[in-house]
Ligand binder design. Structure first.
Ligand code: GDP
Ligand code: CA
Length: 333
């Protein structure tokens, strides 16, 4: 069986680690392969290094090296390089760079500078993290450099004619904690981006497509914006099942509520499902979520917290079961 998933960082990685845990519990699915299409809109160049936060979170989490409490970065990390950069006055200083993490960025930057496409770099990093032997193929959504920017107001001086400006997504998210009003998201390079090798094929050949509870705007939304990708998903023979990122009407972590409001979408599971309505077949929402099924969408209520690896395995198992059920219905229909 071939499962394909779209993923951002922490929410995507925790869910997919749960999926691998669930597959280990099901011997009949022991040969299952997992293809993960990761968001690269968060990518940024800092201190001359190319940094891919979401891909690295996926590598570290699925590879067993993530900082568990934080959800991103490396376990048992030190910060000597960042401290020395700060002493030098190197800017910016708002982005956390662990020493082990820096090694990943140096290696990636070196290979990219030699002309290697990002997808090939990720393939090497995936070997370091043992992903192939776990049946996992990690694919960046595109090899084309793409960067999400956020258009924010010109500040107090706007009345006096100060222009609104676009800042990098990381600056908005990490430095400002999404506190600056986001007028819109602009993804530099996305209109010219080409799906990375293997991406469309992973969607076309999938038996099941899963959407983890990743941020619907700045993770999944960016992946869906890669030209051709959404069409491939719409045309896929596999059922598509997603998990809501909202529990009790709020994102479990991060600022997905702010992102949704910025694009004029209600902060509800049904409004998030609406963003995927052209291809979504099944949707997992929290136990107490008021959302009900529609004529085209199966809705299943489950505890949605990825609070531990076993809880994540249960949730991923419920998503997979719904997808397999929809698939069986399709095959017999
Ligand atoms: P990021 O790139 O690190 O922000 O991670 P993702 O985009 O993959 O995931 C972020 C989203 O995951 C947020 O919108 C959260 O609401 C959601 N999320 C995080 N933890 C959980 C959880 O335990 N359960 C559910 N359902 N969603 C979660
Ligand atoms: Ca992210």
């Amino acid at each position: 069986m071939h499962i394909t998933a779209l993923a951002g960082g922490v929410g995507g990685a925790r869910f997919l680690r749960g999926l691998l845990g669930h597959l280990r519990r099901r011997p009949e699915l022991s040969g299952a392969r997992l293809s993960v299409i990761g968001n690269t809109g968060d990518d940024i160049t800092l201190h001359g290094l190319r940094i891919c936060p979401d891909l690295d979170t996926l590598l570290y989490t699925l590879g067993g090296g993530v900082h568990e409490a934080q959800g991103w970065g490396r376990a048992e990390e030190t910060h000597a390089v960042a401290a020395e950069l700060a002493r030098l006055g190197a800017m910016p200083q708002w982005f956390t760079l662990g020493d082990k993490d820096v090694a990943t960025h140096i290696y990636r930057s070196q290979l990219l500078a030699q002309g290697m496409p990002l997808s090939a770099v990720v393939e090497r990093l995936a070997v370091r993290w043992g992903l192939p032997e776990r049946g996992v193929t990690l694919l960046p959504m595109t090899d084309t450099p793409v960067e999400t920017h956020v258009v924010v107001p010109g500040g107090d001086d706007e009345a006096a004619g100060a222009q609104e400006r676009a800042i990098h997504f990381q600056e908005w998210w990490v430095r400002h904690q999404a506190s600056l009003p986001a007028r819109r998201f602009v993804v530099a390079g996305l209109d010219r981006a080409v799906p990375a090798p293997g991406v469309l094929e992973a969607l076309r050949s999938a038996d099941v497509v899963l959407l983890p509870p990743s941020n619907p705007v700045v993770s999944i939304g960016i992946i869906l914006g890669v030209p051709g990708l959404r069409d491939a998903l719409r045309g896929a023979r596999a059922p598509v099942v997603g998990v809501s990122p909202l529990v009790a009407g709020r994102p479990v972590r991060g600022h997905a509520d702010v992102c949704l409001s910025s694009i004029g979408v209600d902060v509800t599971s049904s409004a998030v499902a609406g963003l995927y309505s052209d291809f979504l077949d099944g949707w997992l929402v929290d136990e107490d979520d008021p959302m009900a099924a529609t004529s085209t969408l199966r809705v299943v209520h489950r505890p949605l917290l990825l609070s531990s690896p076993p809880a994540s395995a249960d949730l991923a198992g419920a998503a997979l079961d719904l997808a397999l059920d929809l698939r069986a219905g399709r095959v017999t229909a």
